[in-house]
Design a protein around this ligand. Structure first.
Ligand code: HEC
Length: 481
């Protein structure tokens, strides 16, 4: 990397702290090396390799989606200046949820702790010493990419795998959205315990994200099924939130035009409803479709996405039904961002029953700037569940809560989403600050919702879970009162 390229790179990746950071980077390596030698030195073998294995190799390895492998010292050495800048600037690993507010325990957390960031910075400043090869951890054995990640959890391969029809993404193109439907799913009604969506390996460089859609009409038949479940494990008052009690079919057919079912984004495999004794319902004769957002990679690339399903056994019903819910979507039709402005849009959704929310996934496009999701409790108290103060359009991250940290909210809680968009020239993703931007599917249009998996639960279960959490000390603010 030439000096000029290096400078350009730093200018691109650094925020307001760039001046301070460049000053730090200007430390002479010789001076730094001496200092490290005196203090017992941070070395690659002892201190850094384990961090890289844990936090970087998922993407930075030979078959990963990142541009370079960071699996060995010789691969890493040429990148150390850039690595320090990206790590200290919290650009890498990609994890942009605010660490100072809201829920912090996630199942897929790959972020670095302050201590790890400090170690990496000190290691680079100290001359990026290799250390003693004897201290190196064993190379990490990554699961093969063509293996379903949840197969081990369920102890069996998926019960059903459906594949999208082939699509060819040209070498050079604007973003494309490939929407396809019509792939038959199952010949019989089944409850899904877990689902995994993934692009084929050869397609990963172009798949920005992929959502599996379910197209099904749920009518009297389903109503009967659920009614018969009254004697089984499903609590109907939970499946039919109060306002739809007299017409459950309405609730069970939330979106005849297709309902998001499972989603793939880097570092996230799918949904394990079974962990919360929940399931998604797949009705006989339903169709599966995909909504795939593609970025050209400079090479013509075939696109193929697969979705796998693990079912509950036929005679076992899950207690609850999980539903993908785009909080704030209804209000996002109001997006109206004048040229050169930063705008803010709020969305409000009242939970018709007590609920568990399984993830946090803000969804915006080029002008996305920041996003927060708050709970306004029935008694008026408010709590920020999570926020992303610096949204990065190119990272569509799904922050999946750990089982015991997923927020459990009382009936009547209002979920407030706030989306900030930046249509100024200061936003490096902004293709044209002179345009007036409104709602739409393309990246040059905007969106402003959070794609959440929601499980509505009974009042009794709400009380039980809150009590359990109180005991374990993992409560939300509301429940501590
Ligand atoms: C989830 C996948 C993922 C993880 C985890 C990840 N990276 Fe990256 N990294 C990428 C991708 C993709 C790019 C290139 C595009 C971009 O910068 O967004 C990248 C870019 C970089 C760059 C800039 C390369 C350049 O061209 O200047 C550095 C440095 C880097 N990563 C270091 C790290 C380090 C160090 C870690 C771990 C502490 C890490 N990354 C973890 C996916 C990842």
């Amino acid at each position: 990397m030439s000096e000029t390229q290096g400078r350009r790179r730093f200018r691109l990746v650094l925020g307001p702290s760039s001046v301070a950071l460049l000053a730090t980077l200007a430390l002479t390596p010789a001076h730094a090396q001496n200092r490290s030698a005196q203090t017992g030195a941070v070395t690659f073998a002892k201190d850094i390799a384990p961090i890289f294995q844990e936090k970087c190799e998922l993407c930075h390895r030979a078959e990963g989606m990142a541009p370079m492998s960071l699996a060995t010292y010789s691969e890493i050495r040429p990148w150390v200046r850039s690595i320090k800048a990206k790590v200290v600037g919290r650009d890498m690993p990609p994890w942009y949820v605010d660490k100072t507010v809201g829920i912090q325990k996630f199942a897929n957390d790959r972020s670095l702790s302050d201590r790890e960031i400090d170690l990496i910075a000190r290691w680079v400043d100290g001359g990026a010493l290799p250390g003693d090869p004897k201290d190196l951890p064993k190379a990490k054995a990554w699961p093969r990419d063509d293996v379903w990640q949840f197969a081990e959890y369920f102890g069996r391969p998926p019960d059903l795998v459906v594949k999208s029809p082939d699509y060819a993404m040209p070498a050079v193109s604007q973003d494309r959205w490939w929407e396809v439907r019509g792939t038959p799913a199952v010949p019989e009604d089944r409850w899904v315990a877990g689902t995994e969506t993934r692009p084929a390996r050869r397609s990963r460089k172009v798949v920005h994200h992929a959502t599996t859609m379910l197209f099904q009409k749920e009518t009297a038949e389903v109503r009967d099924l659920v009614r018969s479940a009254r004697t089984g494990k499903i609590d109907p008052s939970v499946l039919y939130p109060s306002d739809k009690k007299d017409d459950p079919a309405k609730l069970l057919d939330p979106s005849p035009s297709g309902q998001a079912f499972s989603e793939w984004a880097v570092g996230k495999n799918g949904e394990l409803y079974v962990e919360h004794d929940a399931g998604q319902f797949l009705r006989a004769g339903s169709e599966i479709g995909w909504d795939i957002h593609l970025n050209a990679s400079g090479e013509a690339t075939p696109v193929e996405v697969e979705t796998a399903f693990w079912f509950y056994p036929k005679n076992t019903l899950p207690r609850y039904r999980a539903m993908m819910t785009p909080f704030g979507y209804a209000q996002s039709y109001d997006i109206d961002i004048p040229p050169g402005q930063v705008s803010r849009l709020e969305g409000y959704t009242t939970l018709p029953a007590p609920a568990i929310i399984l993830n946090f996934q803000p969804h915006m496009h080029f002008r996305g700037k920041a996003f927060s999701m708050e709970a306004i409790y029935p008694d008026g108290r408010r709590e920020v569940l999570n926020s992303v103060p610096q949204y990065r359009f190119n990272w569509h991250i799904n922050y999946v809560y750990a089982k015991d940290s997923a927020p459990v909210l009382p009936r009547g809680t209002v979920i407030k989403t706030t989306a900030w968009h930046d249509n100024t020239a200061a936003n490096k993703f902004n293709p044209d600050p002179a345009q007036w931007v409104t709602f739409g599917q393309r990246s040059v249009d905007e969106m402003a919702h959070a794609n959440e998996v929601v499980i509505y639960i009974s009042d009794a279960d709400y009380e039980r879970i809150v009590a359990e959490r109180k005991k374990a000390g993992t409560t939300t603010q509301q429940q501590q009162q």
